[in-house]
Structures are given as C-alpha cells and as structure tokens.
Write a protein that binds this ligand. Structure first.
Ligand code: SAH
Length: 341
C-alpha cells in the first residue's frame, strides 16, 4: 500500500497515465480528498469502478489510526495518531472564532532535547513523511467536522531538521488543488537552525517563521536548549534577519516563561534589546508544566510585567493564550500519558 498523500500531483498524474487513465483524474481524486473529505476510493463516484478498485488496491489516503482523542472544555481537540509502524504523534485543533488552527507534528519524538519539553524526553523516533504531516490536518477535519484555516508546525519534532518533508507538506497545504491555504496562514517553528532558516528564506513561500529563543543569552539558552551549543544566538538572530530581508515577513520570537529561570526583569530587558534589532513579534508562552520536569509557570503578574518591559522598549509582545490545559493538549503530554509515563 502506498501513501497517496506522499505523492505530488505530478507523480499522481504520471501514475494514472500509466494505468491508462486521463491526467485530470488526479484532480478529481484530490478534490474528493481535500474538498469533500472522502478518503475511501470506493466512494469516489465520478471515477470508473475499475479505477476505484485499482486505487483501493494500491493506495491508501489515511495511514494512521486515532489512538486517543481528548477534547478540552475550551474546545481544543487533541488526537494521538498512531502510524502503521507504531510511531505516535499528537496533533491539535484550536478553534478561535473564524480561525481554526491545526498544530502539526513533524517527527516522532525529537532529537533536540530541550530541557523543559516533553517531546524530546525519549529522543527521536523517526522523521514523518510529508504525507504523514498533512494527514494530521485531514484527520483533525474528519474527527471534528471543522475546516482548518491555519496551520502551525509547532507539534512534536523539529521541522527544519526534517526539512524536505516539511517543505513538501507546506507545498501540499498551499497547493490550490490540495490544502488551498494561503502560505500566510502557515507558521513553521524552529529551535533555530541558521542554515535551514536561510534555505527556507529562499523557498519563495511567504510563511511565518517562528524562532524559539527562550533565553536572552547563550549560557542560559544552552542550559535549556542543547542546540544552543551548536548555534549561538547571534547566528540564529542573523539568520532570522536574513529571513526578514528576503521575505519581508516579520519573524515571531517564541519565549516560554519558566518561573525563576528566564522570567526576571533583567531577562526581559536583554530580550528586549535583542528583539528591538529584528523586525519581529515576541510571543510569550506561559510554560505548561510537564510531569517529571523541574519547571513551572510564573504567576500572571510576572508574565504581564515581562510583557510590559518588552513593550517599553518598543517591542511588540503578545502573551499567548493558554488553552487545552485540561486535556494535556500542550506539548507532547498526551503521548506520554497514554504510554503511562
Ligand atoms: N521544534 C520546534 C517546535 C516545537 S513546539 C521549536 O522548537 O520551535 C513549539 C514551541 O513550544 C517551542 O517554542 C517549544 O520550545 C515550546 N514548548 C515546548 N514545551 C513547552 C511547554 N511545556 N510549555 C510551553 N512551551 C513549550
């Protein structure tokens, strides 16, 4: 069985031609999948019975099963998907008025080993394919009956460490015959891999780049994010500036506030001076406490104070609304709960 979502439309057309079919059948098949949410070839009634049978024999649209589903009081749906090889990832749907955001994973586990993050606790399992990534959007739409309008690559894994699949997934989501989303509605979040950020800048995809800083200096950052030992802040920020120069899209800086670790006035001021030199928006994330990890979230007053100090330096700072807490919708936590950790 082949994963149809891993194929480009050109490859699908070529295979249909080999089966003696007209190329426009590809468009019909993609329409069933992406517009009508039909993943069963047998139900694709504008195709001949013979073609439907052939397709059902050779391809599958969805490969993962839903191993667990959780819905929070504030309407966040989280799915734990299991791929045929047993690899599990989380994917989350976050409705907010007209905006319906899917948060997708790019790897099973993660190699980055950030000290505060649940996703990296067991290391990297494997890279997801582009089909595995976009399938998450289709699965969320099926389970909730809602149409995804925005996609953030902020689930498990480091998107830019799985570069080709991430780009192919963005292209599928923005292709008019497939996801049909504007690239402006897509955000790719990274620990900050300078070389990959520069590659991304010349892809001709007007997506938003989000960079996880979490600390205003290399010493603290290296304690929280081992990747910082390889890529100093100065290099990460220089790459982010290059991204802005190439794309003219403001970069998002992510900063998870950890009580007593990176939430001091001094941290705010130093983050402020870094951020003031980059066209960016700072997203302050209230840390989601994770069982077994020695970090906590600061109180509301500290969070507001941190944001105000950034604003005073002319930095555009937002405090990200924290949702889905009652279903452990944050950050690799459902997978761990299901595994009994
Ligand atoms: N590998 C990418 C995507 C990770 S998830 C990256 O590092 O950007 C998206 C964001 O959530 C990252 O900024 C990550 O550091 C942060 N994060 C991870 N665990 C968290 C937690 N428990 N609470 C709050 N933010 C967390």
């Amino acid at each position: 069985m082949r994963h149809l979502l891993d194929m480009t439309p050109a490859a699908l057309k070529a295979e249909l031609t080999e089966l003696g079919e007209k190329r426009f059948r590809a468009k019909q098949i993609l329409e069933w999948i992406w517009r009508k949410g039909t993943v069963d070839f047998k139900a694709m009634t504008n195709l001949s019975k013979a073609l439907r049978d052939k397709l059902a024999w050779q391809y599958t649209v969805l490969t993962a099963s839903v191993a667990a589903e959780a819905r929070s009081a504030d309407d966040v749906t989280k799915l734990l998907l299991e791929y045929p090889d047993g690899g599990q990832v989380e994917t989350v749907l976050i409705p907010d008025g007209d905006r319906v955001t899917a948060c997708v994973s790019t790897q099973v586990g993660c190699a980055m080993a950030c000290a505060f993050c649940a996703s990296g606790l067991d290391g990297l399992g494997r890279n997801l394919t582009s089909g595995d990534i976009v399938e998450q959007v289709l699965q969320l739409q099926r389970q909730t009956g809602r149409a995804v309008t925005n996609v953030v690559f902020m689930g498990t894994g480091e998107p830019l460490a799985n570069y080709d699949a991430t780009i192919a997934a963005v292209r599928a989501l923005t292709d008019k015959d497939r996801g049909a989303l504007s690239a402006r509605r897509i955000t790719v979040s990274t620990v900050g891999l300078p070389e990959a950020i520069r590659r991304l800048a010349v892809e001709d995809l007007p997506i938003t780049l989000a960079v996880s800083l979490h600390a205003p200096d290399d010493t603290l950052r290296a304690e929280l994010m081992p990747v910082a030992a390889r890529s100093p802040l100065a290099e990460v920020l220089a790459a982010a500036r290059d991204f802005y120069a190439a794309r003219h899209r403001e970069v998002t800086i992510e900063y998870a506030l950890l009580a007593g670790v990176n939430d001091s006035d001094d941290c705010a001021d130093r983050l402020g001076s870094l951020a003031a030199r980059l066209r960016c928006n700072v997203n302050l994330i209230r840390y989601n406490p994770t069982a077994g990890l020695p970090f906590d979230r600061p109180d509301e007053q500290t969070v507001r104070r941190f944001a105000e100090r950034l604003s005073r330096r002319g930095v555009n700072a937002n405090i990200r609304r924290s949702r889905g807490g009652d279903v452990q919708a944050a950050c690799g936590q459902l997978r761990r709960r299901e595994q009994g950790d």
